[in-house]
Design a protein around this ligand. Structure first.
Ligand SMILES: [Zn+2]
Length: 503
């Protein structure tokens, strides 16, 4: 069951090409039209199949390439090239309700077309995740609302109404996109939801965060089947682009009237696995600051002692920032009570400049990825960055590619009734909970920034942190236990008595 649940939509989202093809730049509309036309041509022109078995099994010698089209709304595809003599027509195979590019490969269609001299491309058109969720909503008897927050970016909302509509609602958030894979480093196909003999389910998204999406849905299904209803409405939101910053998803969604109409009083979102017996819950996040420092100076011949070079000044800034990094690193290492999210991290991630060995460049730049702890005074910290640039000399400036300025902390004491309800479930189930600051970013930051208390929680204990890694996997027992946990959590949260904030 678990494999089937994951298999449904693992191939939705962003796998980076294992083999990048550049021919896919034509528009989706053109592809659709071409596909329909060529399917018709094929229907008329394809010779009879010699026997059914070759259609079903395909040719093992055919290489099926996979990748993503470039651009803002990438489309996942699988492609075969003509195995022998090429024919003039090319074939585009489109996904339907039950068919995606994987199905075309499994059936042997791609391989067969390759054998017959056709170049064939099977597309997983965007929207497969949304179609899957619509289907689930139908099965579960939930309403399904689709909000296109930016062209091609849809937030899907499944709603289980509560018995007291005057109360604020519970929002269960998850994202449907995933990060790329490097298939050659995987033990199993990362989009196959392969389960090994020990019960580990391999797949991109098993930890981040298809597991949680499915656990929400399954917990709601169980509670509904058992005939429960709760005072507060439960909304499940599925957002499209968390992995690339949420700028075309949650960041826009929280500003829309459809979001305000949800009247969310409390939200759950993603967390991280915990390798120990405990579960981790995240109550805040560090602020992401991407900073580019540009240094300008006197150019000249590489053989001379030129004064005031860009490199010397950039070196000073890099030294200041790396010294700060070391201080924070030691602060973390010397205090066993501090977790990574509680200190500020920084890494030098790009160095650019120069054109030739013997030319001193007039400009050089360095890029830094800062993750600023939520208790840092951001204004003072920015002044510190400028001071490091100024101290390096004239002509050293900085600019921000990302600068989050709204860090928020969800209280984790009894002043917060949501926390009380959440943590009591863990006490009752005799499970250990460890509260931390999320070291990176999630869409929770947008929810907290508009005043909604949010906890980041993915129910994965005894599990190594493998999100974004090769061989991302989750044990089926941990996955199933997670459903049990949500089956306890949802009634507790959806039954929190009326609060002053509800009115
Ligand atoms: Zn995630």
């Amino acid at each position: 069951m678990v494999g089937a649940l994951f298999g449904c939509w693992f191939r939705v989202g962003g796998a980076r090409p294992t083999v990048v093809q550049t021919f896919m730049s034509r528009s989706q509309v053109a592809l659709l039209g071409l596909g329909l036309l060529l399917l018709l041509l094929l229907y008329v022109g394809l010779p009879c199949l010699p026997e059914q078995t070759s259609w079903l099994w395909g040719d093992p010698n055919v290489t099926v390439l996979a990748g993503l089209t470039p651009g803002n709304s990438p489309i996942f595809y699988r492609e075969v090239l003509p195995l022998h003599q090429p024919r003039r027509v090319e074939v585009v195979l489109l996904h339907g309700k039950a068919f995606n590019s994987h199905t075309w490969e499994q059936l042997g269609t791609l391989q067969l077309l390759s054998q017959r001299g056709y170049r064939a491309v099977a597309l997983d058109l965007p929207g497969a995740a949304v179609a899957f969720l619509e289907e689930r909503a139908h099965q579960l008897g939930l309403s399904c609302q689709k909000v296109e927050v930016a062209p091609g970016y849809v937030v899907t909302v499944l709603t289980w109404p509560g018995t007291n509509p005057s109360l604020s609602s519970i929002l269960l958030n998850s994202h449907t996109d995933v990060v790329p894979v490097f298939e050659e480093h995987w033990s199993h196909d990362p989009f196959e939801a392969f389960k090994d003999s020990e019960g580990y389910i391999y797949g991109r998204g098993t930890q981040d965060m298809k597991c949680v999406s499915m656990q929400y849905l399954e917990a709601v299904r169980r509670l509904k089947v058992e005939g429960h209803s709760f005072p507060r409405t439960i909304h499940m939101t599925f957002v499209p682009d968390e992995e690339i910053g949420g700028h075309h998803g949650m960041e826009l969604f929280v500003e829309r009237p459809e979001f305000r109409a949800l009247r969310a009083g409390f939200a759950l979102d993603e967390g991280l696995a915990n390798p120990t017996d405990a579960f981790t819950v995240f109550y805040s996040e560090r602020s992401v600051w991407w900073v580019r420092v540009t240094s300008t100076g006197r150019p000249g011949h590489g053989s001379r002692f030129i004064e005031d070079t860009a490199a010397e000044k950039l070196h000073k800034v890099v030294s200041s920032i790396l010294a700060f990094r070391e201080k924070e690193r030691q602060r973390l290492q010397s205090n066993p009570h501090l977790k990574e999210g509680a200190v500020t991290s920084v890494n030098l991630t790009k160095l650019e400049g120069g054109v030739a060995y013997n030319v001193v460049p007039a400009s050089m730049s360095a890029a830094f990825d800062f993750r600023v702890a939520p208790d840092v005074d951001l204004k003072a910290f920015e002044e510190q960055l400028h001071a490091w640039c100024q101290a390096a000399g004239e002509g050293v400036t900085l600019e921000f590619a990302q600068k989050w300025m709204k860090p928020r902390v969800t209280p984790i004491d009894d002043s917060n009734p949501w926390w009380s309800a959440f943590s009591r479930v863990f006490k009752d189930m005799n499970l250990t909970l460890e509260a931390e600051i999320f070291p990176a970013t999630t869409d929770s930051r947008y929810l907290r920034a508009v005043g909604i208390p949010a906890l980041g929680f993915s129910p994965m204990n005894c599990t190594p942190v493998l999100l974004h890694d090769h061989d991302e996997r989750l044990h089926e027992a941990v996955f199933l236990r997670g459903i049990d946990i949500y089956t306890q959590l949802l009634p507790a949260l959806a039954s929190v008595p009326a609060l002053p904030s509800d009115s």
